[in-house]
Ligand binder design. Structure first.
Ligand SMILES: Nc1nc2c(c(=O)[nH]1)N[C@H]1C(S)=C(S)[C@@H](COP(=O)(O)OP(=O)(O)OC[C@H]3O[C@@H](n4cnc5c(=O)[nH]c(N)nc54)[C@H](O)[C@@H]3O)O[C@H]1N2
Ligand SMILES: Nc1nc2c(c(=O)[nH]1)N[C@H]1C(S)=C(S)[C@@H](COP(=O)(O)OP(=O)(O)OC[C@H]3O[C@@H](n4cnc5c(=O)[nH]c(N)nc54)[C@H](O)[C@@H]3O)O[C@H]1N2
Ligand SMILES: [Mo]
Length: 705
């Protein structure tokens, strides 16, 4: 345990549990069994002591009077959210009996687990229930709500590489923040960018809106949503035509340059300008500056992968550094997901060996149709933990129709009574990070963090791992595997013998709270100066052998299940495919980025963050508003064929003409109309990685009369 004196108040090491690239090192102060405060650890080289607006009063989340603290059983109608308290024994028995009845009548595949990264740890996170559900024989849910398109696309191109260390950004001289709102969504990266800038770096933000980050950039490249691949291919066109490539690097460390050159030739600046709403001069300028100002680095945000062409977009972006030899320099290259630095042992977490051959796989984005369509066998039982699909999954009305089904038995494990929890038949109480032991990875930096329980779980809440231990025992899964303690699970989760973990063990983590992985010194680290791309060819694959051979799927997101795709299903070269969105009734592009004060839908119910976020709104350009007689503050309806939602208009040139913005995360029950922005987003999938294609959504907006 951390700085643990015998006397209160005690200080306990924790790591922020949220699905965020930063994974902050924190200290919690405890007095009389209560968490009295949290603060960031100043000594952490990446997070440096600052906590964001979401987490800096984390004690209020822990001790909120709205916590779900006891098992409960539904008493009202589905969705009414009325429950009565029961015991854990009763809850487990109810789940067991109903699951068994479903299995007897429909088979185990009629049971569907649904989780995401409400908790970003190895012990209680995304995969904490996999072994249980694999053993049960349940349908596998492909969990692709976030970065699966980009992860698959990156792995296809540069391999299982973590890319540039965010701390190395201080050495970068040209920083392209591409579809990422750093200041809101991973603010701890900003000080490194600011330091680089003081040393002369130029900061470019590619974003359709003047986000908090774009407002601070040297150059805001205001691109039309969903057209980033065309811009990247246009940059390649210019870089190749003007001979700005690093010819030696390309020859020695890449595959498929000739083919890429042909593809890029299809994207001259004039054509790209017409697609992206930028000028041809801007395309040329970005290409020249990016290629010639070294070290240049690209920070890829999730927004660029959020459309049907999202995977290929990321392929194009992560190909750029190899073309110009950016990888030769410290602080040169690309950062998409740092998590690939960590040698995790997915096989020991998810136990894919428990999966019965041929088990059905469904996709989380399509949850609405999965729950309402005619599957054989149908889904008769649903188990939700670590996620809030009633808010975060597209085609919200279909999801809700599914959850409303009287014949669907739904279990929800939650800290709060979310919009999803309202539909539970059995609601189970989940503990928070300060009530449990956890080992936390990061997808934005190279540190591993630990959390010690600062207080005992409140009420009868339990950490996820304990919930699954209880469930496994109830179902008679007697393998010792299902009895592992939290610490044993943490030990199993990583390959501690891997060179990245040299000198790091649990003892040290418990003593120090965090440890930097052995991935090299950020001031000298050069992951791909000599190629060494962990791809099948060992090179940066402009022409993807995985696409040619058909092996694109990331197993971790599928309960360990791996499936090959047919060769030829995916274009082996980065490409741009326009969204088919020319319905004249819906001329406005809708994007739904993260809220500054919420963490996805988490905190959407807590006073401090709700106040900071304000009421739900749509941001629209003054010209678009004028054409529709919409004034600032007017109540408006936003609609398309899927749904209609009502919010207030915020008229501002922060957004581009033709682009409307409704930040995500507001709860249905608190947004005044019962529908959120995901009601307008169809359950469309990306070209690679089966992620959500949210950015192709088109809508119309009208003032409410
Ligand atoms: N405050 C806060 N922080 C968070 C989260 C949160 O909900 N709130 N969520 C966490 C999670 S799970 C994630 S995945 C990360 C994501 O963090 P980011 O990668 O920053 O993702 P977004 O906020 O979705 O989008 C970033 C920017 O991309 C822009 N954008 C939208 N469409 C396009 C497009 O087609 N092209 C380009 N170039 N730009 C586009 C948006 O206007 C937005 O400013 O943040 C994490 N951190
Ligand atoms: N329109 C639109 N939709 C989006 C996005 C977008 O940008 N726009 N972003 C997408 C992205 S990037 C992501 S990552 C997803 C996120 O989607 P979700 O994973 O559904 O994220 P949250 O809304 O944060 O819900 C997580 C829930 O887990 C609960 N939780 C936290 N810790 C624990 C725990 O230890 N145990 C249990 N049982 N529960 C816990 C929290 O209370 C919270 O309600 O949303 C996606 N959906
Ligand atoms: Mo995410």
């Amino acid at each position: 345990m951390a700085i643990q004196g015998a006397l209160e108040p005690r200080e306990i090491f924790a790591t922020c549990p949220h699905d965020c690239p930063d994974s902050c090192a924190m200290v919690a102060t405890v007095e009389d069994g209560r968490v009295t405060g949290v603060r960031g650890r100043r000594d952490h080289p990446f997070t440096r002591g600052a906590l964001c607006v979401k987490v800096k009063n984390y004690q209020d989340r822990v001790h909120s009077p709205d916590r779900v603290l006891y098992p409960q059983r539904r008493v009202g109608a589905k969705g009414e959210g009325r429950f009565e308290r029961i015991t854990w024994t009763e809850a487990l028995a109810a789940i067991h009996d109903r699951f068994r009845a479903v299995i007897d009548e429909f088979g185990a595949e009629a049971i569907l687990p649904c989780s995401y990264i409400g908790q970003q740890g190895f012990v209680h996170g995304l995969n904490s229930g996999d072994a249980f559900f694999n053993r049960l024989g349940a349908t596998i849910m492909e969990r692709t709500l976030c970065a699966s398109a980009a992860n698959s696309a990156s792995v296809m191109t540069t391999g299982v590489s973590a890319g540039v260390d965010p701390l190395s950004f201080v050495h970068s001289r040209y920083i392209v923040i591409w579809g990422c709102n750093t200041i809101s969504t991973h603010m701890h990266q900003w000080p490194m960018i600011a330091e680089a800038r003081r040393a002369g770096a130029k900061v470019v933000v590619v974003d359709p809106i003047r986000s908090r980050t774009a407002a601070k950039a040297d150059w805001h490249v205001r691109i039309r949503p969903g057209t980033d691949a065309a811009l990247a291919l246009g940059m390649m066109n210019v870089i190749i035509a003007e001979d700005l490539i690093d010819a030696d690097y390309v020859t020695d460390h890449t595959v498929g340059f000739d083919e890429l050159k042909e593809r890029a030739a299809e994207y001259p600046p004039d054509r790209v300008a017409a697609i992206t709403a930028l000028s041809a001069d801007d395309v040329r300028r970005l290409a020249r500056e990016y290629a010639t100002t070294q070290p240049s680095v690209i920070r890829v945000g999730v927004a660029v992968e959020r459309h049907r062409n999202g995977g290929q977009t990321v392929r194009a972006l992560v190909s750029l550094p190899a073309l110009v030899g950016a990888w030769r320099h410290v602080g040169g290259g690309v950062l998409q997901s740092a998590a690939r630095s960590l040698p995790s042992r997915g096989d020991r977490i998810s136990r894919p060996d428990f999966i019965r051959p041929g088990t059905r796989v469904v996709n989380q984005i399509e949850m609405g149709s999965v729950l309402t369509g005619d599957l054989d066998p149908p889904i008769k039982a649903l188990f939700v933990y670590n996620c809030n699909p009633a808010v975060t999954v597209p085609d919200q009305q279909a999801v809700v129709r599914g959850l409303e089904r009287d014949d669907l038995f739904t279990v929800v494990s939650e800290q709060f009574q979310t919009d999803t929890a309202d539909y539970a038949d059995i609601l189970l109480p989940a503990s928070t990070q300060l009530e449990q032991f956890e080992l936390v990875y990061s997808w934005g930096q190279f540190f591993l963090g630990i959390s010690e329980p600062a207080i005992a779980p409140l009420g009868e809440s339990v950490p996820n791992a304990e919930m699954f231990r209880r469930l496994a025992a109830t179902f008679g899964f007697n393998e010792p595997y299902f009895r592992r303690s939290d610490e044993e699970i943490a030990r199993d989760a990583i390959d501690w013998d891997h060179p990245a973990l040299e000198g790091i063990d649990m003892k040290r983590l418990r003593r120090e709270g965090y440890a930097r992985l052995n991935v090299g010194d950020p001031d000298t680290r050069l992951p791909h100066a000599r190629g060494d791309f962990p791809t099948p060819s060992g090179k940066c694959e402009f022409l993807s052998s995985r696409a040619l051979e058909g092996n694109l799927v990331l197993p971790r997101l599928r309960q360990g299940y791996e499936e090959d795709q047919p060769a030829g299903a995916v274009d082996p070269l980065p490409n741009y495919v326009p969204a088919e969105t020319d319905d004249p009734r819906y001329p406005l592009a809708l994007i739904s980025p993260k809220s500054h004060a919420f963490l996805n839908s988490s905190y959407g119910n807590l006073a401090t963050q709700k106040k900071a976020a304000g009421d739900p709104f749509v941001l629209m350009h003054p010209d678009d508003a004028r054409m529709r007689n919409i004034g600032d503050g007017d109540r408006v309806g936003i609609f398309n064929d899927l749904a209609r939602i009502e919010v207030s208009a915020r008229v501002s040139d922060e957004t581009a003409e033709g682009v409307v913005v409704v930040p995500m995360g507001y709860w249905r029950k608190s947004d005044g109309v019962g529908l959120g922005v995901n009601a307008l987003n169809p359950a469309a999938l990306t070209d690679i990685g089966q992620g959500p294609a949210l950015t192709d959504t088109r809508v119309e907006v009208a003032v409410l009369g």
